[in-house]
Ligand binder design. Structure first.
Ligand SMILES: [Mn+2]
Length: 350
């Protein structure tokens, strides 16, 4: 029997959903019987592919960086940063079977991108469970929930699964999720199975307990929250909790102790009203100054365990910087409003 190796974005709902969708497509649409091997991949500093990773007769990469290898015959991705070096892009353009290789950085999720391409070019019949999976993957991967409640209370099964996968380091369980899903169940149906409901409920309880703990620790000032979790080992921190507890903040900074290192995590409140593309702080660049990195809206900085004091000092400095940044903008905005309408005392209206 043929072996299909699927390499996909690990610890990510969209990555796992992509893997399940591909398996289902391969079995039902192409009608192939195959043995599937699932390999989760992580974005790590200096990541590169090695041909030995492609162990299948057919090798598939989903929701992850472009693989410049002839051993890979299917690839779908929507990450802006998919090409590690510029020659990767030329490699893609020279592929003899472009239909099997799709990149669209505008797609909200890779699962949605795959559903579109596979149904239009490969006659894949989309079922209601595919449609619902795509809706959730789009919502989760673009973090476009209406409120942080959805991401913290985890009442929706898909949200609970997303957080579960984010925390899951047990490959067997991860593969079970993909296989269960690929059999044609919605996430809601999956969540009702005892194996999954017990795990999701335990996870919800842990997350709600964490909300209670953080309530007493979150320091909110000038629309920036600071959270010091450096004195206890935190396994699964839900980064949406500060916005849930303090919805009016613009930025959140947290320092936490992990098994192997300290980590500073910095984020922009996705639900903040006043922030525009022009008035937002560049969090990734800010973190880079301290040896970390990230995107415009979120970033992180790792510190080895023996540098605890440096880590705490950096976290406080970043918090202070963001608080000054926020109050400077608040006063600029008030000045602008006054200049625009000098006869109207808008300050009193706020
Ligand atoms: Mn994705």
């Amino acid at each position: 029997m043929e072996t299909v190796t699927i390499l996909f974005h690990g610890n990510c709902f969209d990555g796992a959903a992509s893997a399940a969708l591909f398996k289902n497509f391969y079995e039902t649409s192409l009608g192939h019987e195959a043995r599937f091997v699932f390999v989760p991949l992580a974005h790590e500093v200096g990541f590169s592919y090695d041909d030995r990773m492609f162990t299948g007769d057919v090798n598939v990469v989903l929701d992850f960086r472009y693989p410049p290898s002839e051993k890979v015959t299917w690839w779908f991705d929507h990450h802006r940063t998919t090409f590690i070096v510029s020659s990767d892009r030329q490699h893609l353009e020279a592929r003899p079977d472009p239909d099997h290789f799709t990149w669209n950085p505008e797609a909200p999720s890779n699962t949605g991108l795959m559903a579109k391409i596979l149904s239009s070019r490969f006659d894949f019949q989309l079922q209601p469970w595919h449609e619902s999976l795509v809706q959730w993957a789009d919502l989760i991967d673009s973090a476009s929930f209406e409120t942080p409640d959805v991401a913290v209370e985890l009442l929706e099964p898909a949200m609970a699964f997303a957080y579960f996968l984010d925390q899951c380091h047990d490959q067997e369980i991860l593969v079970r999720f993909i296989e269960d899903l690929s059999e044609g169940r919605t996430v809601d149906e999956l969540a009702a199975l005892p194996f999954w409901s017990s795990r999701l409920n335990a996870l919800r309880q842990r997350c709600w307990d964490m909300v209670e703990d953080i309530k007493g620790l979150l320091e909110v000032k000038q629309r920036v929250s600071f959270l010091d979790l450096s004195d206890q080992e935190v396994a699964g921190y839900n980064k949406f909790i500060p916005y849930y507890l303090a919805p009016l903040i613009n930025y959140s900074v947290a320092i936490m102790k992990r098994e192997k290192q300290f980590k500073i995590s910095v984020g922009t409140n996705p639900w903040s009203k006043g922030l525009t593309a022009e008035t937002r702080a560049d969090i990734g660049s800010l973190c880079k100054k301290y040896g970390g990195g990230g995107h415009f809206a979120v970033g992180g900085i790792p510190f080895p365990h023996e540098h605890e004091e440096d880590a705490r000092a950096a976290a406080l400095e970043i918090t202070e910087y963001l608080r000054e940044f926020t109050s400077r903008q608040d006063s600029d905005r008030k000045k602008d409003l006054l200049e625009e309408s000098p006869n109207f005392d808008i300050l009193d209206q706020q």
